[in-house]
Each structure stands twice: as structure tokens, then as C-alpha cells.
Write a protein that binds this ligand. Structure first.
Ligand code: GDP
Ligand code: MG
Length: 271
């Protein structure tokens, strides 16, 4: 877990790519990092969007783990064509939460970034998340409502629901979040042991956000812009999934965080 920073002076030599611990990855003109970064992409029928998503991913990432939610289109074939080294996890259960848990278990990087497959997230922002993590944060949480963030994708109903749920979580758990239900986040792998995820659906981000606070982890919000889904329609249903989120909030409030008997396991085969 180390990083290397250099000043912006122009007369400096280029970043030296090798450290005592291994390879430094030049991430930008001012930052190089030692930890490998895994990107997890949950995807259900996103073949048309994957070309846009993969195009924005930085070339310095260590691996891409795509979790296929039993897609009936060419999601997996397109992913493999775009990126022959992609690690595909076939999801056995159902839901985005289940997909992410399987994907996290398949990651080999020290840093894990969650990116949606609908074209709404810009991979160029990954550098901001990774910078926060190598700068000392445990969990880098995207926010569409922090200064510098934004959304083109949220309906007024979703905005209102998200705002209410964010306020409830802040009040109940002592958090200071500006955005609760957002899927673009990154964290050090060790966080997984502390938050021991056990959920299936779109409530997964809320559960993560609550458990990192309960675990006393250092959370930093990262301003992020959510673009419109490029093709297809959202799988989220505002009322149904809003209630699922609320249920998680109430459950987490009334229970001390218990680690499940066994850690999150990969339910598919990485290939
Ligand atoms: N593997 C998998 N991915 C899913 C599932 N449900 C949603 N996703 C993916 O999760 C991401 C976010 O879902 P989306 O439908 O765009 O919801 P929204 O962003 O909240 O509107 C997209 O990349 C979806 O393909 C699922 O059951 N399995
Ligand atoms: Mg979306």
C-alpha cells in the first residue's frame, strides 16, 4: 500500500517505473502507484454499452472483472472481444448486490473500483478515487451531489428518494454523505473483511456505505458525474428498490454488525 508523488516541475525526469516492492504504475503526470487496481463491472444485457465503458478505462488498471448477470445478449462475447484479458464471472444468484459480491471475490488487486456497465460512469474519474485511497482513505465514495459532481440520469423521483434516504442514514449512523445510492465507488480490498456484504439487490451501495461508517473506516467523497445510460433501460424500480434500501437501513440500525459465518464467496467461475 504505497504511492509515489512527484512535483509538477517540468524539468524532472519521467517517473521511474520500478520500486523495491515492484512495479509503479504511472497514473497521471503527477502520480504513480504501486498497488494494483481491479475494476469490477456488473453487467446484465449491456453488450451495446460495453464499448463505451471499456474505452474510458485507464490503461494502467491491473484487471477488469465483468460479472455477467445471465445476459441474453452478447455481453460476454463483446467484453472478450474488446478486452481479451477480461476476467468473466458468471453470476449464479440474482441482483446487482449478488453480482458485486461475486466480482469482489474474484479480484486480485489491492484496490477495487466498482463501475456500472451502462455508460453512465466515466472511467477517467478512476484516478480521483485511486488518489484518495493512496492518500489515506479506506473507502472512496462517489457523489453526484458534492461540489464538482452531477447527474444526467436521475429522475426527480429518484433524486427525492435518494435525498430522503441519505438524510436518514446521516441522522441514524452519524455519516455526512451527500449521496447514498450511487454505484461508482472504490476501496482497499481489506474493507471487504470489515463490511462482510450479505445482500442481493440495488441496496448494496447503501449497505456498503452504512457498514463502512459502522466499521469506523475513513471515507472520502469523490465528486462524480453520472451520464445518461447510453442504450437500454435501467433495471432499478424506484419504489420497490427504495423500500429495499429502507429495510436495510432499519435492519442495520437495529443490529450490531456481525460478520457472516463465511466470507463473500465467488459464485461463478472466473475464466
Ligand atoms: N450482473 C448483474 N448486473 C446487474 C444486475 N442488475 C443490474 N446490473 C448492472 O448494474 C449496473 C447498474 O444497473 P442499472 O440498471 O443501470 O441501474 P441504475 O444505474 O440504478 O439505473 C448496470 O451495469 C447493470 O447492468 C444483475 O442482476 N446482475
Ligand atoms: Mg444506470
Amino acid at each position: 500500500m504505497s504511492s509515489f508523488l512527484r512535483s509538477a516541475e517540468t524539468d524532472q525526469k519521467p517517473l521511474t517505473p520500478v520500486s523495491a516492492e515492484g512495479q509503479y504504475r504511472p497514473v497521471s503526470s503527477h502520480l504513480a502507484i504501486a498497488p494494483p487496481v481491479s475494476v469490477v463491472i456488473p453487467a446484465m444485457n449491456e453488450a451495446e454499452n460495453l464499448p463505451y465503458v471499456f474505452k474510458t478505462l485507464p490503461e494502467w488498471i491491473h484487471e477488469v472483472v465483468l460479472v455477467d448477470g445471465n445476459s441474453t445478449d452478447d455481453t460476454v462475447a463483446v467484453a472478450r472481444e474488446l478486452r481479451p484479458d477480461v476476467k468473466v464471472v458468471e453470476q449464479r444468484g440474482k441482483g446487482k448486490g449478488d453480482a458485486l459480491i461475486s466480482g469482489f471475490a474474484a479480484c486480485t488487486g489491492d484496490i477495487i473500483v466498482m463501475v456500472d456497465a451502462d455508460g453512465s460512469a466515466d472511467g477517467a474519474e478512476i484516478v480521483s478515487y485511486v488518489s484518495a485511497l493512496v492518500g489515506g482513505a479506506d473507502f472512496a465514495k462517489g457523489s453526484r451531489f458534492a461540489n464538482g459532481g452531477g447527474t444526467d440520469d436521475m429522475t426527480p423521483v429518484r433524486k427525492l428518494g435518494n435525498r430522503v434516504l441519505t438524510t436518514v442514514v446521516n441522522a441514524k449512523f452519524g455519516a455526512r454523505y451527500t449521496d447514498l445510492c450511487y454505484g461508482y465507488n472504490a476501496f482497499w480490498r481489506h474493507c471487504l473483511d470489515q463490511i462482510a456484504l450479505d445482500c442481493n439487490g440495488f441496496e448494496v451501495e447503501t449497505l456498503m456505505n452504512i457498514r463502512v461508517v459502522k466499521a469506523g473506516l475513513k471515507v472520502q467523497e469523490i465528486p462524480s458525474h453520472e451520464y445518461n445510460r447510453i442504450h437500454g433501460v435501467s433495471n432499478l424500480r424506484a419504489v420497490r428498490d427504495g423500500f429495499r434500501v429502507l429495510k436495510v437501513i432499519l435492519r442495520e440500525r437495529s443490529t450490531r454488525h456481525k460478520r457472516p459465518a463465511r466470507p463473500a464467496v465467488i459464485t461463478g467461475e472466473a475464466s
